[in-house]
Design a protein around this ligand. Structure first.
Ligand code: URP
Ligand code: ZN
Ligand code: ZN
Length: 477
């Protein structure tokens, strides 16, 4: 790489990325790319007169590598309060880890506290993130208290770029909304253009099973997976779809883990309903065997929806191929084993729910490409383009095209790596994928033209990342 010369945006004036295979959701091109003032200025065929004529201040040599749009992780929980503790990554450590893993935009969930205004929760999340992020970020809003006031506030939030609202059918007494509240929130979204997102598990029924399991002395982490029955995810998914249908609203179901829940989404989509779904790497690569790891080790894998028996993985991959699932996000919500997951020793219901993942998503999905489960373009669709479209960020984010932000990953598809807590950059003391060998690695990452990872050396800084107000869902007909 030649030495960079800062331009107006703080990024080098003109950068050419040459020699790589550009992969987007729609194309694979042997092409070069020119960056100016933090944006992609041009894409031109390799060795064409146009590309050869570019005068650049520096050149990134991507020979033998893929050139990808930066990843868009539409489901993270930095510093989220849960079960008396907080997710161990804050916006600084979490977005730095995202950059290491080739993710250049996150959409995090701001939380409404019960009895308080959405505005207050959103302001708190802005304060946590402002000046701390290594990559760009936006927010969804969690509606924990559906009232006439909070519904009115959703109109204002949509206008200012917080265009999606999560409702929980799980966690009674904490984030839970009942069907009437969910219906009202969906009706409001149908009017104001917001996208309702649901955590689809029947939390009321699950709490009965939790109580019964604990009374029988079944306290291990694996029981977390047993009581959060697949049927109760499928039932809630079905109910959410019907409520959205009655409201005339679109619907996005987060962290789909199970074949029967996926079948509900597929049949709704077969009826041309605007229903979308996301799954996460943990459901594609881990299973209930992990929850049964000895010495309370299963606690590392406690998240909701829970890990399922291995057979579900094939169904989820099929759903990703057939577009019954559109997005792979991480639901990054890490808690250290020591001192945090351990809160649930002797009572699985006290284990904070959530797993780390923001750094490994692009790599794990590439591994699925290596194993023939996804095509390269579908990888980029699921990890970049489709989340950008779903959450009103496209084409600024999620693609490589003139005018787009120069969020670019140079990816070495042949590098071998072993995932480990020893080498990852997330602020958590274990890796759910400890020892897993994968092929492919993020080499260099640009965020709006600024190099944040340079051939495996971190060059980013807290505060480079900017808040990105979002438009409404771009996948509605
Ligand atoms: O276990 C999880 N998923 N924790 C984060 C909160 C949520 O439900 O997404
Ligand atoms: Zn959830
Ligand atoms: Zn989540």
């Amino acid at each position: 790489m030649t030495s960079p010369q800062p331009g107006a945006s703080g990024a080098p004036g003109r950068t050419a990325v040459r020699g790589g295979l550009l992969v987007t959701a729609s194309d694979e091109l042997h092409a070069d790319l020119l960056i100016e003032d933090g944006r992609i200025a041009a894409v031109a065929a390799r060795h064409s007169d146009v590309a050869d004529g570019w005068q650049a201040d520096r050149t990134l040599d991507a020979t033998g590598k893929y050139v990808l749009p930066g990843g868009v992780d539409a489901h993270t929980h930095m510093e989220m309060p849960f079960g008396g503790t907080f997710a161990s990554d804050d916006f600084e450590t979490g977005t730095r880890a995202a950059a290491w893993g080739g993710t250049t935009t996150i959409v995090d969930f701001a939380l409404q506290t019960k009895g308080r205004a959405l505005r207050e929760g959103l302001d708190q999340w802005h304060a946590k993130a402002d000046g701390r992020c290594a990559v760009d970020y936006g927010f969804h809003m969690v509606l924990s208290d559906v009232t006439p006031e909070s519904l009115h506030e959703t109109d204002l939030l949509v206008e200012e770029g917080v265009t999606s609202f999560k409702l929980f059918m799980a966690y009674p007494g904490v984030f839970y909304s009942d069907d009437g509240q969910i219906l009202r929130a969906m009706q409001r979204a149908a009017d104001n253009g917001g996208l309702p997102m649901v955590h689809a598990e029947n939390g009321i029924a699950i709490d009965v099973l939790v109580e019964q399991a604990l009374a029988e002395g079944r306290t291990d982490p694996r029981v977390h997976g047993e009581v959060r029955r697949e049927l109760l995810e499928a039932e809630a998914t079905h109910r959410a779809i019907q409520l959205a249908r009655v409201a005339g609203a679109p619907l996005y179901v987060v962290h789909v883990s199970a074949e029967k829940a996926l079948a509900e989404l597929a049949s709704a989509r077969d009826e041309n309903l605007p229903v979308f779904g996301e799954t996460c790497p943990q459901y594609l690569f881990l299973d209930v065997e992990n929850l049964a790891e000895p010495d309370f080790g299963g606690a590392k894998y406690v998240c909701s929806t829970p890990l399922r028996p291995k057979e579900h993985q094939e169904a989820l991959f099929r759903g990703l191929r057939t577009d019954d699932l559109q997005v792979v996000s991480t639901d990054h919500c890490p808690f250290c084993f020591s001192g945090q997951k351990e809160l649930g020793r002797g009572d699985f219901s006290k284990i904070p729910n959530g797993m780390p993942g923001v750094e490994s998503r692009m790599d794990l999905l590439h591994q699925a490409v290596v194993e023939g489960k996804l095509t390269r373009r579908r990888w980029i669709d699921l990890a970049c383009a489709s989340p950008a479209r779903m959450f009103g960020l496209y084409p600024k984010k999620g693609t490589l095209a003139p005018g787009a932000d120069a969020d670019i990953v140079v990816y070495d598809p042949h590098a071998e790596q072993v995932l480990s807590a020893e080498t990852h950059h997330m602020n958590v003391d274990y890796s759910p994928y400890e020892g897993k060998r994968i092929t492919g690695r993020v080499e260099t990452v640009l965020s709006r033209g600024t190099t944040v990872l340079d051939r495996g050396e971190y060059t980013g800084r807290a505060g480079h990342g900017q808040y990105v107000p979002r438009g409404t869902c771009q996948l509605l007909g």
